[in-house]
Design a protein around this ligand. Structure first.
Ligand SMILES: CC(C)(COP(=O)(O)OP(=O)(O)OC[C@H]1O[C@@H](n2cnc3c(N)ncnc32)[C@H](O)[C@@H]1OP(=O)(O)O)[C@@H](O)C(=O)NCCC(=O)NCCS
Length: 175
């Protein structure tokens, strides 16, 4: 592996204002527009970690907790949680702010996976990630079981090989 990089080096923040063209008929931000912004901010974060071209491999655990209203200012913060061989998991947190009302809420969270590729689109090895803060360490620890879950669901891993996942449910313990 080329070198190690700190999680903080991948932090990427993007700010947008919800305009009429971004909304549905209830004057709330459309989910598809938000996912587009998530994909961009997360891809930039993955590029910062890998210094490579990256492609989106999966988008999961997107929770739509609150609607975001027309005129709100949306801030998306992305950070790589853990890198594997060519792939890395990126955590995205979204806050929506009504500035005139002085209200700010965390509205969405998601995990995206990106794969670093060479000029021919072939997966390529990336640096190891070092978490430093308590939150970064927690995200790093959980990344392994989230990876196993998504690879099992994508039929890229056999459930019996997902050791981290099995350990949560004590599946190897005799009943
Ligand atoms: C992602 C992609 C490069 C993987 O290529 P591949 O030939 O399947 O390569 P591999 O099987 O060697 O897998 C490479 C990595 O991708 C990861 N991966 C592949 N599919 C995945 C999925 N659905 N979810 C999470 N990770 C995935 C693998 O776990 C592996 O990770 P690792 O190297 O860290 O162990 C390829 O499927 C691709 O180009 N997909 C299209 C990407 C794209 O166009 N995205 C834009 C959205 S339209």
């Amino acid at each position: 592996m080329a070198k190690k990089k700190f999680a903080r080096e991948s932090v990427t923040i993007m700010t947008e204002m919800v305009l009429p063209n971004d909304t549905n008929t209830l004057n709330n931000l459309m989910g598809g527009r938000l996912m587009h912004w998530m994909d961009i901010v997360a891809a930039i974060s993955a590029q910062k970690h890998s210094n490579r071209i990256v492609v989106t491999a999966s988008a999961d655990s997107i929770s739509f907790k609150q609607p975001i209203n027309l005129g709100n200012v949306v801030t998306l913060k992305a950070q790589v949680t853990r890198s594997f061989n060519s792939s890395m998991e990126v955590y995205i947190e979204v806050t929506a702010e009504d500035i005139p009302a002085s209200k700010k809420l965390t509205t969405h969270r998601a995990f995206f996976t990106f794969v670093a590729v060479d000029q021919n689109g072939r997966p390529i090895e990336i640096p190891e990630l070092i978490p430093e803060t308590a939150e970064e360490k927690e995200l790093y620890e959980g990344a392994l079981r989230r990876r196993q879950l998504r690879l099992v669901l994508a039929k890229r891993m056999k459930p019996e090989d997902a050791q981290e996942l099995k350990s949560i449910f004590n599946l190897d313990q005799p009943s």
